[in-house]
Design a protein around this ligand. Sequence first.
Ligand SMILES: NC(=O)c1ccc[n+]([C@@H]2O[C@H](COP(=O)([O-])OP(=O)(O)OC[C@H]3O[C@@H](n4cnc5c(N)ncnc54)[C@H](O)[C@@H]3O)[C@@H](O)[C@H]2O)c1
Ligand SMILES: O=C(O)C(=O)C[C@H](O)[C@H](O)CO
Length: 263
Amino acid sequence: MTNLFDIKGKIALITGSTHGLGMAMAKGLGEAGATIVVNGNSSQQKIDAAVAELKKEGINAVGYKFNVTDEKEVIDAIKKIETEVGPIAILINNAGIIKRIPLIEMEVADFKEVIDIDLVSPFIVSKHVAKGMIERRQGKIINICSMMSELGRNTVGAYAAAKGGLKMLTKNMATEWAKYNVQINGIGPGYFATEQTKPIRVDGHPFNDFIISRTPAAKWGDPGDLAGAAIFLSSKASDFVNGHILYVDGGILATIGKPSNEE
Ligand SMILES: NC(=O)c1ccc[n+]([C@@H]2O[C@H](COP(=O)([O-])OP(=O)(O)OC[C@H]3O[C@@H](n4cnc5c(N)ncnc54)[C@H](O)[C@@H]3O)[C@@H](O)[C@H]2O)c1
Ligand SMILES: O=C(O)C(=O)C[C@H](O)[C@H](O)CO
């Protein structure tokens, strides 16, 4: 029988993948047989270290440094990747930032920077990768959304505006590109233990306790918990799934939460 989850030999570009959730999904897709294209913007050294980490696990990996917000850099990088490595079959728009500032105090420049990286860049990268996918009549795009695609929270207004927008961008990409056999979906991670959440994950920090009690699974997500969803949405198993956001959140969106006197 065909293995519906087989992605052997497929080339997967994962933006912002030197560490954190991007690296965890790179390992998952790499273990399922894909060739991984690592991306980052901060330093070549970090990219080289990430590629070496994947290769050590027997995964085919290469690295390309570019800024996902810079359209020219993106176009040049995609051309280079497709010439030097091959056609991109899977794109995961994972690069992102958060700024925790109350809206009333937030400078417009900070708001715009979050929107630029978290919402405009998935549009830029997808637009230029999708052109090839549409020509080949095959492709998978996964946008990394958030609990903030559905819920608000104090101090993360710009991030929530971007991630809520990314959910709708995902649905619109599906609306326009599904007919070319390109599947565009999102993954909405709950609260995961990465650099992004480090400042609010400290033992004794009220937010740390809040997240554990607010999550029915009663813990922070382990980045490796995203691999299954990423493989599913990258493989033949999801060929008729389009415009869907798959929340991997330990049940956060399933419940209103509970008062502090309940177990
Ligand atoms: N950690 C969580 O709980 C959580 C939950 C939901 C969604 N997310 C989302 O998952 C994604 C990964 O987050 P993470 O937790 O691993 O955080 P992280 O900060 O460890 O990773 C973000 C990555 O994006 C890269 N990046 C930022 N700006 C870039 C740019 N302009 N060009 C290229 N790369 C850039 C960073 O270098 C970094 O590697 C983000 O989009 C984040 O919003 C995280
Ligand atoms: O609420 C915060 O401060 C966050 O860091 C948001 C998380 O990173 C994540 O996006 C929740 O899904």
